[in-house]
Every structure is written in structure tokens, then in C-alpha cells.
Design a protein around this ligand. Sequence first.
Ligand code: FMN
Length: 361
Amino acid sequence: MMEFGRAFRMTIFGSSHGPEVGVEIQGIPAGTPIDAAAIQGELDRRRPVGRRLATRRQEEDRLVVDRGVRSGRADGTPFRAHVANEDVRREPYDRMRETPRPGHADYPARVRYGPEADLSGGGIFSGRMTVGLVIAGAIARTLLGRRGIEIAAFTRSIGPVTAEIPEATPLAELAARARAQEVGSPDAGAAAAMEAAIAEARREGDSLGGVVEIRATGVPVGLGEPFFDSVESVIAHAVFSVPAVKAIEFGAGFRAARMRGSEHNDPFVWDGRAVRTATNHAGGILGGLATGMPIVVRVAVKPTSSIAKAQRTVNLATGEAEELVVTGRHDPCIVPRAVVVLEGVTAVALADLALVGGFLS
Ligand SMILES: Cc1cc2nc3c(=O)[nH]c(=O)nc-3n(C[C@H](O)[C@H](O)[C@H](O)COP(=O)(O)O)c2cc1C
């Protein structure tokens, strides 16, 4: 399905080498400010152009709002926006039609959709589809911001390099420091080491993965729907839709499995205004509902599958073993570009839950 959400319903459309990519959204409350310049700013964060470390596909990614906005505000009808695909080069993909790239969607997509499917540039499995997610995420953030909910994502690790971030760092400071670094990490020392690691992987014709951390503050206590639409379920659903995501954890996550209850339980305290918890191993979620503490999500992004090193594959027409060297323009590490995308889909997930639960009315 190319659609996500119940009250804030987004449908993404387009493909990597088609004329455009974009998003349609139903359920934006009429009167919501739609700041085209702010959305463009988010698209620019996703763009590879100007980034020393990324792919050299030259896309302008100019936002075009097609409908649903009047005088800078949502008019209550379905919203639609797109960006044109300009820098399309099909040749490298034509060569790969019969020889699926290891680690990419080519093989199962080819079996499912047949030889006529347009998988050029990855088709609908391309990272380019995330343009629509970023547009929707920017609008969702505006909605959440009106309720005092703030979201920021940053690069926690790339390859072997992990950023050290004091837990108490205010969200706005984290966001500003992360945006100042090309790799999107608030720890300047780690950011330099991450850049060096990516440059080394590129020189070797290889790629690196990493972890993106997303935090949301100001989330009202009780947000989330019982059972299947728990806060974790809805965020995970949105996050796993992003290409190259392989794992997710909330709060202590996999570490929780090695802790005792006495260690993992977050003691309740009264801070003079509200109930808080002294620690936040729960990552701001208990019983699928928000606790009011920051929601903390970590997402593992795999190393880019399209690498310049020779790899083993099979020719689907002949069944013969072949060696494949992927050409075309690919990022040696997509983690820095995934930051704004993961921030965006988390905002969409929370905005959807907030609308469903009546927290934005
Ligand atoms: C922003 C973004 C950019 C991406 N760019 C590339 C790329 O240049 N080359 C590539 O092989 N994969 C890229 N990917 C990842 C692939 O789209 C993804 O690995 C592929 O569709 C297979 O899906 P899966 O990894 O979720 O199984 C990108 C992903 C994102 C989120």
C-alpha cells in the first residue's frame, strides 16, 4: 500500500525515473498554516546536492503545491504536492534489468511485478519516494507544534563511530547542533570521524550503515490507541516504510532484555507541576500510551546496497551466475539523508494518533 494513516492520510505517488514524486494528504485540518518555504527547507535537508558525501544525482527538488492550500493555509480539501524528477539517467539500470542487485529490491519486485515493471532507478523502491514523506512530515510538524509537540532526529552512529550525547541536552540544541554537521550528528568530534569513515568506504567502493535517533517532547500523556495502534506500533509502521530501515527500538530497547525490573522500571516523581519519571527506559511509552516523557526511538539503517565492488548475482534470463558491478550514482551512506525522512514519518505517525485521539481539537 502506498497509503498511511487514519485521520492524517498520506498517499505517496511517482517513481524514481517517472516525471515526478510527491504526496497527497487528506485530513489536514482547515486553517493549518502551510509554509511552503519551511517545507522546501526540509526537502533541502534530504537533497544530496551540495553534500560532499552523497550521491551526485543533481535534483533541484523544487516544491510544487498542486492543491489544498489557499492564502498559505490548508483549505480542508485533499492536499497535493510534488517535485519533478529532472536528473534521470536510465542506462545503468537498463543494464541491470536481468541481473538483480544484491541487497536491493530488484529481485522480489521483478518476480512480483514481472519484466514490464519500471524498476529504473529502483522504481517505487527508490529512496526518491521519500520526498513525499518529507513534505507530509513538515506539515505534520506544524500541526504538532501547535500542541507543543516538538520532534528532532539526528545521526547517532555511522559504521563504527557513535556520537556521545548527554541525555539532558535540550531538543532544540540537539537539532541545531545536528543540522550544523553534514552527517547530521550533534557531536562535532564524532561527526568528523563519521565523515572520514564514509570517505574511506567510498574510496573502497563500499558503503556504511548507521543509527538514527528520533526524539519527541511535549507529547500529551495518554496519546496512543489501545493495542494495535499503540504509539510503538504506529511509529514502527511508518518507520519501516522507509527504504533501508532494518530495526527499531524504543527507550532502552534491546538493552531492556538484559536488565532487571528494579533497574528498568522508571520511578515516578512529582516535579511540582506534573508526574515525571526519574529515568526514561520506557522511551516515553507505557502500555502503548505516551507517558509525557520524551519519546525516544532509534532506527538502524543498513549500508547502501548499490556498491561499486563486484558482487555475485544471477542472470534471471539465463540462470547463469554473473558478476555485477553497480554503476549509477549512489550514496556510500544514506544515514545523513534518512535523518529528515525518519523525523518526518515519526511526525506523521504522531499527528495521525493526535488527530485520532482528539488531542488536536
Ligand atoms: C533517502 C534515501 C536514499 C537512498 N538512496 C539509495 C541509493 O542511492 N542507492 C541504493 O542502493 N539504495 C538507496 N536507498 C535504499 C534503497 O531504496 C533500499 O535499500 C531498497 O529499496 C531496498 O529496500 P530495503 O532496504 O528496505 O529492503 C535509499 C534510501 C533512502 C531512505
